[in-house]
Design a protein around this ligand. Structure first.
Ligand code: FES
Length: 206
């Protein structure tokens, strides 16, 4: 039986915790890409205990960042997504998808120090273009192989079957790479089946 302390260590995933640091080494599914429209209002996310926002900028890039503005912690969820970044509604500082402060209108130009300001941001990517399952992924640390991640994710969410994952992989990659990725996705499915039972996979439609 685990002690209270061990239980805490195993279940806490916030920044600075043991499990949190481990899990931040891998890709994290964040949102359906279709939820994020260019220059539309940001969406709220909660990943590993962190309150984040996600948005798609004017150029189509996805940003995933801490919802608190680095200046006075106003929520960037209330910000305006415009002209290639998210603008905080408190003092108007604007941040690009990488968290760089790109405009600081409340500070006179001679005292502008935007190059020193950075919001906490995670890298985000769209992984696959399976119909209705385009997924934006926040990458935190070392990348987890896409196919393995997507295979596991698909099994868990029942969004898409292994056949559909395999077809998308084959469409996207050259044959040798595709087959390696298909094999990895198949392993992910097997892992999910073994660990969580076959019924988890049953409802996955093509
Ligand atoms: S709190 Fe965001 S710019 Fe002031």
């Amino acid at each position: 039986m685990t002690t209270a302390r061990e239980g805490q260590e195993l279940t806490q995933v916030g920044p600075g915790t043991a499990m949190g640091e481990l899990m931040r080494q891998y890709w994290i599914p964040a949102a359906l890409s279709s939820e994020l429209e260019r220059d539309a209002a940001p969406v709220r996310l909660m990943l590993l205990g962190e309150k984040l926002i996600a948005f798609r900028d004017s150029g189509g890039r996805v940003g995933v960042m801490d919802h608190r503005c680095p200046r006075r912690c106003a929520s960037l969820f209330l910000g305006r997504n415009e002209g290639g970044g998210i603008r905080c509604i408190y003092h108007g500082w604007k941040f690009d998808v990488a968290g760089n402060c790109v405009e600081m209108p409340s500070v006179p130009p001679p005292q502008d120090f935007k190059q020193k300001v950075k919001a906490k941001a995670y890298r985000a990517e769209r992984v696959f273009a399976v119909p209705a399952t385009e997924i934006a992924i926040a990458r935190i640390g070392r990348p987890f192989p896409n196919a393995v991640m997507l295979g596991g994710l698909a099994a868990f969410t029942r969004i898409v079957s292994l056949d559909a994952v395999s077809a998308a992989v084959r469409e996207r990659f050259e044959s040798e790479v595709a087959e390696r990725n298909v094999a990895a996705a198949r392993e992910a499915y097997k892992f999910v089946e073994r660990e969580f039972g076959r019924e988890v996979l049953r409802a996955a439609p093509d």
